[in-house]
Write a protein that binds this ligand. Structure first.
Ligand SMILES: *Cc1c(COP(=O)(O)O)cnc(C)c1O
Length: 382
C-alpha cells in the first residue's frame, strides 16, 4: 500500500485509500468476498480468507495506523472485541491496573469475563502517576487507561504513566475513543498500544459498531494472532463506513470542540446546574494537562443537575434536539444517564462512590447549530 505523508486531514482522506487499481474507483470498494482465488496452492495476491485479511479492512487498518502514528492497525468488530483481543494476550495471574472511572463495558469485561479466567484487575480511585507507581507489583503487565475518562472527564498524564509502566516492564494501553487521534496521539507520548471504539468519533455518524488496536508490529503480534484465531473481525461494509466517516474527522472534531466549549461556558452560568465537567474550562482540575497533551478539549461534557428527580424527569421529557441515548461521538447531540445506561453494570455502591449518581448527565455534543443546542437545554431546564 502506498505510504501517504502529509498533515492529519490529508492522511485521514488518503492513507490506505489510493484509487482502485482495476477500475479507478476513488472510494475503496467494499470487498464482499469471504475467500480469494489462489494461482497455485499458497500463491495469492495477499488475501486468502476474510477473517485473516480483507482489502477493505486492510485500507481501514492502514489509515488508522497512519492517524495514530503507529506502525500497524488492527480492526475489530467492536471496541470491546478490540479490548478482548488485547486482554487475551495476557496470562492467568497477570495484573491489569485501571482507573476506577472507566467505560462501563471495559470494567465489565475485566471484572466478569477476564477475572474469572484468571486475570487480576485492580481499579484505582485516584488515577495519578504516583498512585499507579505505588500500585504496581511484579505481576502487573498492563496499565489500561482512558483520558478523558468516562463519564467524569478526568485527565490522566499519558507521558508519565508510560514511564511508570515501562519502569516496571509493563505496557501502557490508552483507550483513545473520547479524544480521537485528531486531538490526542498517545503513541507519540509513549503509550504502547492505542485502543478505539470506532463506533464513536472515528465512524462519527452513529451508523456502525467497530473497534481497533494500533501500535508497533512487534507489540501487536499476539493481538494480530488473536484477531485471526478468535475472529472478532469487522465485515467489509462496516470497514467502509468507518473509512468514510474518518474522511471528515478533522472538520467534525473542530465543530464538536467549538460547540462543547461554548455550551460548557454557558452551562456554568445556569443555576439549574451544580457542576460542569469539561476539560476546556479553566476551573477543570485537568485543564493544564489537557492543554499540554491534547490539541482540543473534545465534544464530551458531563453535568450534575440540581433539583432532584422531578427536575430530571422533566429534563428528559423536554429535550428535542438532544436525544436520550447511549453512545457518543456522532454528528447528532445525545444525552446519556450513566447511572442507568452506560454504567449500570457497575454495582450501585461502587458507582455512587465514584460520583456516578442519578443526577449526573453525560452530553455528547454534536455538530448542530450552537444556538439550537443551547436553546434546547435552556427550555428543558426552565
Ligand atoms: C463505546 C466505548 C467502548 C466500547 O466500544 P464498542 O464499540 O461499544 O464495543 C470502549 N471504550 C470507550 C471509551 C467507549 O466509549
Amino acid at each position: 500500500m502506498k505510504h501517504i505523508s502529509g498533515g492529519f486531514s490529508t492522511r485521514a482522506i488518503h492513507a490506505g485509500q489510493e484509487p482502485d487499481s482495476s477500475t479507478g474507483a476513488i472510494m475503496t470498494p467494499i470487498f464482499a468476498s469471504s475467500t480469494f482465488a489462489q494461482e497455485s496452492p499458497g500463491k495469492h495476491k495477499g488475501y486468502e480468507y476474510s477473517r485473516s485479511g480483507n482489502p477493505t479492512r486492510a485500507a481501514l487498518e492502514h489509515c488508522l495506523a497512519s492517524l495514530e502514528g503507529g506502525e500497524q492497525g488492527l480492526a475489530f468488530a467492536s471496541g470491546l472485541a478490540a479490548t478482548a483481543a488485547v486482554l487475551s494476550s495476557l496470562k492467568p495471574g497477570d495484573e491489569v491496573l485501571a482507573p476506577a472511572d472507566l467505560y462501563g463495558g471495559t470494567f465489565r469485561i475485566l471484572d466478569k469475563v477476564f477475572k474469572p479466567w484468571g486475570l487480576v484487575p485492580r481499579f484505582l480511585d485516584i488515577p495519578t502517576p504516583e498512585e499507579f507507581a505505588k500500585a504496581m507489583t511484579p505481576a502487573t503487565r498492563l496499565i489500561w487507561i482512558e483520558t478523558p475518562t468516562n463519564p467524569l472527564l478526568q485527565i490522566l498524564d499519558i507521558r508519565k504513566l508510560a514511564e511508570v509502566a515501562k519502569g516496571n516492564g509493563a505496557m501502557l494501553v490508552v483507550d483513545n475513543t473520547f479524544a480521537s487521534p485528531c486531538l490526542q496521539r498517545p503513541l507519540e507520548l509513549g503509550a504502547d498500544l492505542v485502543v478505539h471504539s470506532t463506533t464513536k468519533y472515528l465512524g462519527g455518524h452513529s451508523d456502525v459498531v467497530g473497534g481497533a488496536v494500533i501500535g508497533s508490529s512487534e507489540k501487536l503480534k499476539p493481538i494480530r494472532f488473536n484477531q485471526n484465531a478468535a475472529g472478532g473481525v469487522p465485515g467489509p461494509f462496516d470497514c467502509f463506513l468507518v473509512l468514510r466517516g474518518i474522511k471528515t474527522l478533522a472538520v467534525r472534531m473542530e465543530r464538536h470542540c467549538q460547540n462543547a466549549m461554548n455550551l460548557a461556558e454557558w452551562l456554568q452560568t445556569r443555576k439549574e446546574v451544580e457542576r460542569v465537567y469539561y476539560p476546556g474550562l479553566i476551573s477543570h482540575p485537568g485543564h493544564a494537562l489537557a492543554k499540554a497533551q491534547m490539541s482540543g478539549f473534545g465534544g464530551m461534557i458531563s453535568i450534575r443537575l440540581k433539583g432532584g428527580q422531578a427536575a430530571l424527569g422533566k429534563f428528559f421529557q423536554r429535550i428535542e434536539v438532544f436525544t436520550l441515548a447511549e453512545s457518543l461521538g456522532g454528528v447528532e447531540s445525545l444525552v446519556c444517564h450513566p447511572a442507568t445506561m452506560t454504567h449500570a453494570s457497575i454495582p450501585a455502591e461502587q458507582r455512587l462512590a465514584r460520583g456516578i449518581d442519578d443526577f449526573l448527565l453525560r452530553l455528547s455534543i454534536g455538530i448542530e447549530d450552537f444556538e439550537d443546542l443551547r436553546n434546547d437545554l435552556k427550555s428543558a431546564f426552565e
